[in-house]
Write a protein that binds this ligand. Structure first.
Ligand SMILES: [Zn+2]
Length: 374
């Protein structure tokens, strides 16, 4: 079964309006899929999460940090919170913060449990993907690291996890959690830390001790476009995942890689998702997928709807929204359907991109591939 994980409770706790992170993206994705008849029926189900219990949250986060989160959820800022990254412009304190973040973590955990119990082979939590939350600090709109908590549930069950982070930002919180472990292969493609938050994720960061070679970072230059991005996926991601042969794939689908995202500088279209997901499905493993970043709300919602359909094995030619898009997608801007128009590659802006990406691919291969007999 393919499980779409969502609760209307998410709508009760929006981030403050000035924060670009819009929690309603998940509900809008669901609503579009429902309109298109792609949400449920056949081998698809909707699963409704409960908040993650504190003891599950503390499998990664410190008790002191969880106390601080609960206090922050009352909406009061104290000086104690600031040193944990709470009460900043990126991670404001607001009423309902803890309810929202623990529910998002519960939703990703539910996906892991559905896969572990064999009830689902695909689970998608568009309300998850908080990859910047550290053990005892919030960062980049992230309070509770649902991905780490779900991966820890999977490894506790004896599973090896192949984690792929496609968000435009480096997954610093996830990397921190598994940096010295080999039971989670953590691969991140992202805009280089030289030009983007959180300023980490360089090729030399490739794990320590038993984890050496099991953290893989592919930093990408500003203006990276579809074709060259796919080259990095094809030459780095699939060989590593094939060699590692995980039991389960966990994929963070932050859509802030797309052209037009107000916080980042890559130039992808959502046409990269169907082939990437098809490649992952081809590995024949269960997939737990989460949302993540994506600050152009319309583009993000369309991308995630397309991702869900791809995860369910629907082929692009079955994109029934084309032609009827305006009605089905509840927006006149989307008359072209779920897929983005292909973007022309502007040679002046992108001239330097292939050489930089090729160099990154070669450096990653040299640094990491030997650990995987490649
Ligand atoms: Zn991001």
């Amino acid at each position: 079964m393919k499980a779409f994980i969502y609760s209307s409770e998410f709508e009760k706790y929006p981030y403050p309006a000035y924060v670009p992170f819009k929690t309603q993206r998940a509900g809008r994705t669901r609503s579009i899929l429902q309109n298109m008849g792609s949400l449920t029926g056949g081998d698809r189900l909707e699963a409704v999460p409960q908040p993650a219990a504190r003891e599950r949250i503390e499998t990664f986060h410190t008790p002191e940090y969880v106390d601080a989160l609960i206090e922050a959820g009352t909406g009061r800022i104290t000086s104690d919170l600031l040193y944990m990254g709470l009460g900043t412009p990126d991670c404001p304190v607001f009423p309902g913060l803890y309810e929202y973040a623990s529910l998002a973590a519960g939703a990703t955990l539910l996906g892991a449990e559905l896969i572990l119990s064999g009830q689902a082979d695909i689970a998608f939590n568009p309300s998850g993907g908080f990859h910047h939350a550290h053990r005892s600090a919030a960062g980049g709109f992230c309070y509770i690291n649902d991905i780490v908590i779900a991966c820890l549930a999977l490894t506790a069950a004896g599973k090896r996890v192949g984690y792929l982070d496609l968000d435009v930002h480096h997954c610093d919180g996830v990397q921190e959690a598994f940096y010295d472990r080999s039971d989670v292969l953590c691969i991140s493609l992202h805009e280089s830390g030289e030009t983007l938050f959180p300023g980490t994720g360089f090729i030399g960061e490739c794990g320590v001790g038993k984890g050496e070679g099991y953290t893989v970072n592919v930093p990408l230059p500003v203006e990276t476009y579809d074709e060259i991005y796919m080259e990095a996926v094809n030459r780095v991601v699939y060989p590593l995942l094939q060699s590692y042969d995980p039991d389960i794939l966990v994929v963070e689908l932050g859509a802030d890689v797309l052209a037009g995202d107000p916080l980042a500088h890559l130039r992808l279209t959502n046409n990269v998702y169907p082939p990437i997901i098809e490649g992952l499905l081809g590995l024949g493993k269960p997939i737990l997928a989460t949302g993540g970043g994506g600050y152009n709300v319309e583009n993000t919602v369309r991308a995630w709807a397309l991702c869900w359909m791809s995860l369910c094995g629907e082929k692009p030619e079955h994109d029934m929204s084309v032609g009827m898009g305006g009605v089905m997608l509840e927006s006149l801007e989307w008359a072209g359907g779920l897929r983005d128009r292909l973007l022309a590659v502007d040679e002046h802006r992108t001239m330097h991109v292939p050489a930089v990406v090729h160099a990154a691919i070669e450096a990653v291969k040299e640094k990491v591939f030997p650990f995987h007999s490649l």
